[in-house]
Design a protein around this ligand. Structure first.
Ligand SMILES: [Zn+2]
Length: 265
């Protein structure tokens, strides 16, 4: 079997000052003063494993639930219990909401058989907090701490031969970049450090980052490395093209990118 990867487009949202996520059409406009944010968890399937990278907002959206993720997986012939591993780029709720739900009135793991791979230091940081965003999310994270099959990643780690993780910081203190390589796939998922296709050609320091300068430097380095290594970049927040490759560089226009189509071969 060949390995394959696909985005699991969860939706596009209008996110205002109150940080609430309201679904809007993919080609729609955000509310006045709000940001337009798309969410794309990624599915990677190989001979040995069925893996997710980040899990979307799940039931933390205003008008959405983890069903969208389940439906997207079903469309690719994958059931919830078949997911073997989940890797988290960082612990923001729009990236981890799909890990658990209360569809039956109590907290349940969305992927009961999956190992949950997180940065050890990031998990410790979150656990040390009195409150994780609000009362509901504090319950959510405590439930995961008690019940998920947690596996901790070091700053440099290689949990599987095909999977390599490095701490890059920037967007959050312990943010991770996830590299995947086998005979069929060569991927980089850098979470919110390279969140959209357009970001590889914008040198910027963003106020929303924990360490804007670090984020900027890592973005430049990772884009260059992905180009040199021929890795496909998985862009979690891209609206149109969440898998792309850098195929060239020109002094005037910067990187030339092209879409990569995912899916089962
Ligand atoms: Zn994000």
């Amino acid at each position: 079997m060949k390995s394959w990867c696909t985005p699991l487009y969860e939706g596009t949202f209008s996110v205002g000052m109150d940080k609430k996520f309201f679904s809007i059409p993919r080609d729609g406009n955000a509310a006045k003063g709000a940001l337009k944010i798309s969410l794309n968890p990624f599915l990677i399937v190989n001979e040995a494993r069925v893996m997710l990278i980040d899990t979307g907002i799940g039931s933390f959206g205003e008008d959405t639930g983890v069903e969208r993720l389940f439906e997207n997986l079903e469309r690719h012939g994958i059931a919830d219990y078949e997911v073997t591993d989940i890797f988290m780029s960082h612990l923001h709720y729009d990236h981890m909401g799909g890990l658990a739900h209360q569809n039956s009135g109590f907290w349940e793991l969305s992927f009961p058989e999956a190992k949950l791979w997180v940065s050890k230091d990031d998990w410790a940081r979150v656990m040390a907090k009195e409150e994780f965003y609000d009362a509901e999310k504090t319950e959510f994270i405590a439930f995961l701490d008690a019940r998920a099959d947690l596996h901790f990643l070091e700053a440099e780690d290689q949990p599987y031969p095909e999977m390599r993780v490095e701490r890059i910081g920037g967007h959050t203190q312990y943010h991770q970049a996830i590299w995947y390589k086998d005979e069929d796939l060569n991927l980089l998922m850098a979470g919110d450090v390279i969140a959209t296709r357009g970001q590889v050609n914008r040198v910027f320091a963003a106020k929303y980052d924990f360490d804007p300068e670090q984020s900027k430097q890592q973005r430049v380095r990772l884009a260059r490395e992905a180009y040199e290594l021929g890795a496909t970049i998985l862009a979690y927040h891209d609206e149109e093209c969440s898998m792309f490759r850098i195929v060239g560089h020109d002094a005037r226009r910067g990187y030339v990118t092209e879409p990569v189509s995912g899916g089962r071969p």
